[in-house]
Write a protein that binds this ligand. Structure first.
Ligand SMILES: [Zn+2]
Ligand SMILES: [Zn+2]
Length: 231
């Protein structure tokens, strides 16, 4: 297997490429023939995709179809759709694996400081437990906002770069004042360390030839995907 992969976007954003079927990475890497096959759930404005380099089986991403730097910047009228969609995605992962944790490295419009890897809004959804809120404390003061989603907060539009995390009890933790700039893919890196995985970089999983898509769940997911398409 070749160890050289081209991770550059043809159109300027890897996730826009994926959603718009513009030389998408999943196809270039031979993970699927049609990037639509990688969509597990879909609504008018959002898709739920498998992470192409999952840390654990069931690692997926909630992504807006249009390009926004972070979920804090999506239009107000989409908030309810996002809430419902987020719950459907959590339910799907809970049924297949276990209740997931969710996190986002929210990118600001200028030079991103949050550690995001791709500057198209995406929420990581992972079926595992980890003390993410504790790690976030290394970056800046952690604000706990109870069961309210960070994307429903009245001051969300003022967020530039931030870290958001939702635990298995639906409690939300935020760092909106970044005091120490986190390294690239900060939470992903910490999760990989927490699980004693040797390498945290999503790009490396390919280079090492690891299984990169939880293919064993394809059948179950496609049923859910079909259900969601009518919703
Ligand atoms: Zn994009
Ligand atoms: Zn990411």
């Amino acid at each position: 297997m070749s160890t050289q992969f081209d991770f550059f976007s043809k159109g300027g954003c890897l996730l826009c490429d994926e959603i718009g079927n513009n030389f998408p990475l999943t196809v270039r890497l031979g993970l699927c023939e049609d990037p639509h096959d990688n969509i597990l759930l879909e609504t008018n404005n959002f898709v739920f995709l498998r992470d192409i380099s999952p840390i654990v089986p069931g690692h997926c991403l909630i992504v807006p179809k249009q390009h926004f730097p972070s979920f804090a910047k999506i239009p107000e009228r989409w908030t309810e759709e996002l809430q419902d969609f987020k719950e459907a995605c959590e339910l799907l992962i809970s049924r297949e694996y276990q209740p997931p944790l969710l996190f986002e490295h929210g990118s600001g419009p200028l030079a991103p400081r949050s550690g995001a890897c791709v500057h198209h809004a995406h929420i990581h959804v992972l079926p595992l437990t980890a003390p993410v809120d504790r790690w976030m404390g290394e970056i800046g003061p952690v604000r706990q906002v109870g069961r309210l989603s960070p994307y429903e907060l009245p001051d969300r539009l003022t967020f530039t770069d931030y870290l958001a995390y939702q635990d298995q009890d639906d409690l939300t933790f935020l760092v909106v004042e970044i005091r120490t700039r986190p390294p690239c893919q900060f939470i992903r890196r910490r999760l990989a360390e927490h699980l004693s995985l040797g390498d945290w970089r999503w790009e490396s999983a390919f280079a090492r030839g690891l299984p990169v898509v939880p293919r064993h769940s394809t059948d179950t997911f496609s049923v859910c995907s079909a259900t969601a398409a009518t919703h």
